[in-house]
Design a binder for this molecule. Structure first.
Ligand code: HEM
Length: 411
């Protein structure tokens, strides 16, 4: 595996194409992006057993990108991952992707928009799509069985240009400009090796992933993330999120599978619905977030409770009933989605907004797929949502210092 010294980074940039301006330049020594104290705060290490950006307490903003490789060889791919690993190390430390000597005759090496900003808890999580293993890069025998394109689900309204990809980058930060900067600079470093397939900006997280975080609200106005897995629940996270010894591909141990679904909300219809119906659709109170069977947000969802009329208190089609682990043989996953708004839908003139659903799990075949089959067929929410994008990526384990992302895949 390419070493990640500055020299290694330079040669990796050269191999990857890297953009003429980047390859032609010499690189000055590292230094913090901002000399203010702010740069030293909000740092999340990208190194460790698992990639950052999965159980990291969820940040406020997302810049997500899916790429298609244009490179011809495995060496190009390895070189890109080496370049990205080095760049991720710098940007998550609050540094520019590369320092500039201010040469007026060359494009600046860092795009500059994060200069003076705190690192904002930036994390960058990289994943490999099923198509990366199609034979172009000699990796066909290394594809985990769990990494397969998701099947079509009932009511899917998928758009090809918003789906799939050979690679993904999930950049999250508490400042949207920092997240965008990371994604933009990784794209720039990929010039000549990979092209953007689709991107998604996200704001106002729709889940909490730590017990220390308050539950945020989604664009339907409901608290979202109450019954999510939390990073403090180590045993549950091990059981449902991290790939373990059960995998057929040892290089994925310590990794996780990212499922992304772009879910449009038909907000104009939703906003005309009466409160009691909105609450019956979700199965929780809009103000407190309490389940219809309880009084406080964290009261358990009681699937058996019946009213005076003998009918279930929680409607049979309520989202939280159908998504509850007890309705699905114990399925859990770590939800880490964001709200999005992308202007106006050309077909209706209504808002193109909703939930960019992201979930991490040990195996989509036994987690996301059966759960979404159930939801797609029966969920009362279906009247108000449309799934318009889909993707699945294998996120390899964390970056070891001195090594590169996915090193074990090429070992
Ligand atoms: C726009 C679409 C969606 C909206 C608005 C939505 C909203 C919500 C809300 C408000 C809750 C209750 C709070 C909580 O416990 O987190 C919830 C719970 C949940 N949702 Fe969704 N959700 C959507 C799509 C999905 C999808 C696609 C899945 C997975 C296939 C999913 C899986 C879950 C799970 C597992 C729970 C926790 C259920 C429990 O254990 O009580 N949701 N969702």
């Amino acid at each position: 595996m390419a070493d990640l010294s500055r020299r290694g980074f330079l040669s990796a940039v050269g191999l990857a194409g890297g953009g003429a301006a980047l390859t032609a330049c010499s690189w000055a020594s590292s230094g913090p992006r901002a000399s203010t104290a702010a740069a030293a705060t909000g740092l999340v290490s990208p190194y460790g057993a698992h990639q950052a950006g999965i159980v990291t307490p969820q940040q406020h903003s997302l810049a997500f990108a899916a790429f298609d490789l244009t490179a011809a060889s495995q060496a190009d791919l390895v070189s890109l991952l080496s370049t990205w690993s080095f760049a991720i190390g710098r940007m998550t430390a609050g540094e520019a992707v590369a320092d500039d000597e201010g040469d007026p005759g060359s494009p600046p090496r860092d795009t500059g928009e994060a200069m003076g900003l705190s690192a904002g808890n930036l994390t960058v999580t990289v994943g490999f799509g099923p198509s990366l293993f199609d034979g172009r890069f000699g990796l066909a025998s290394r594809r985990p069985a769990a990494l397969a394109d998701l099947p079509r689900f009932p009511r899917d309204a998928l758009q090809e240009p918003r789906s799939g990809g050979d690679l993904c980058v999930q950049a999250c930060a508490d400042d949207p400009q920092v997240a965008f900067h990371a994604m933009r600079n990784l794209r720039r470093l990929a010039e000549g090796t990979a092209v953007l397939r689709w991107t998604q900006q996200g704001f106002g997280q729709t889940s909490s992933t730590s017990e220390a975080q308050a539950t945020p609200r989604n664009l339907m106005g409901f608290m979202d993330g109450t019954n999510n897995l939390k990073s403090e629940q180590a045993t549950e996270v091990d059981r449902h999120v991290w790939v373990g010894a059960e995998t057929d591909q040892p290089w994925m141990r310590g990794g996780s599978y990212l499922v992304a679904r772009r879910i449009q909300m038909l907000l104009e219809s939703w906003d005309r619905d009466r409160l009691s119906d909105q609450e019956a659709v979700i199965g929780r109170r809009k103000d407190t977030g309490a389940p219809l069977t309880g009084h406080r947000e964290h009261d358990p969802v009681d699937l058996e409770a019946t009213g005076a009329d003998g009918e279930p208190v929680l409607p049979l089609t309520a989202h939280v009933r159908l998504a509850n682990p007890a309705s699905n043989g114990g399925i859990k996953m770590l939800r880490r989605g964001y709200s999005f708004t992308d202007g106006i839908r050309p077909d209706t003139g209504q808002l193109d907004a909703g939930l960019f659903f992201i979930a991490f799990q040990k195996d989509p075949r036994s987690q996301f797929v059966p759960l979404q089959r159930n939801l797609g067929a029966h969920d009362a929410l279906n009247e108000y949502i449309r799934h318009t994008g889909t993707a699945v990526f294998a996120c390899p384990p964390g970056i070891a210092r001195g090594e590169s992302l996915g090193a074990a895949l090429f070992a």
